[in-house]
Design a protein around this ligand. Sequence first.
Ligand code: HEC
Ligand code: HEC
Length: 290
Amino acid sequence: MNISRRAVCATLAITLAACTQTQESQQSLLARGDYLVNGIMSCNHCHTPKDKAGNPIMTRQFAGGAQRFDEVTFTATGSNITQDAETGIGRWSDADIKRALTEGVRPNGVKLAFVMPYPLYQALTPRDLDAVVAYLRTAAPISARGAPPLYKSEQITYTYPGADKPMNEADLRDPVKRGQYLANLGHCMQCHAERDSNDVPNYRTGAGKGGRVFKTPAGMATAANITSHRAKGLGAWSDAEIKRALLDGVSRDGRKLSMVMATYSQYLKRLTDDDTNALVAWLRTLPPLE
Ligand code: HEC
Ligand code: HEC
């Protein structure tokens, strides 16, 4: 009697320990997902409606973006990615979501417009991909159908060197590689790489060179040169000046940056100091271009 009771307790204790461990790892996975999704990956920027000040309305999180992207090869709006079964992604399997995030392909085989930064999300580590999916699963289902996309020609995955395959946990311990990783997740090169008239990004010889022009309600904005060029880029900026641009949306000379860049500050502000420093360390390695 005594022995069997001890045996039961021992088994229970192991199960409890395992349970607590699973709960803890699930919690840290969700915390990581929250950090990425609501921070540097800025999903809300395109997938959540915004108030007049441009802040995402979190009670409607992921119900669909306000901005319609009208580009050379497509017209598209950030989709409803809530857990709603009919209008969101509630019926998608984890594998379906991961495929959309890293390959840009829907379960029905239709390729997503590449304003959805899947070409750069290919870099996601397996753990971070799990974390993003785990976090998306916590979103309340909201029924909302946005305008359907219009594809003017085939959508192509333009891969940025360094985002061509998943990174691993060891890469993330190296500050420069982690900085590049964060830049991929923050899809900096979607805006800061030179583009040709067909909207094809020139990652080979134009990464960080800027020049892409954006139309905003407040006027036109041209993506800045963020390479290490001393006159044209960030080469002569101090770390503090670069951080101020990223976190407060203010240029070196004190000018408020266009909303195209400045709206990202609210997401970049969530970066830990270590991660902000890593991003700056990576920016310093971009070969000077003019
Ligand atoms: C720069 C804007 C932008 C960002 C940032 C962005 N997305 Fe998207 N996403 C889009 C657009 C636009 C579409 C719709 C593309 C289309 O219809 O072809 C889309 C489509 C999707 C889809 C496919 C759903 C469907 O059937 O249309 C998923 C899933 C998705 N995004 C998840 C995410 C997640 C998760 C994040 C953050 C980790 C994210 N997106 C960040 C713009 C963005
Ligand atoms: C949606 C497009 C977009 C994305 C994404 C984006 N930027 Fe920008 N960025 C711009 C534009 C446009 C400007 C120029 C704004 C202006 O001059 O008012 C700019 C300006 C900057 C500046 C200030 C440079 C200067 O000379 O004033 C820095 C630094 C910068 N971006 C870094 C980054 C980094 C790092 C990332 C990724 C984490 C990033 N940007 C993501 C569009 C973008």
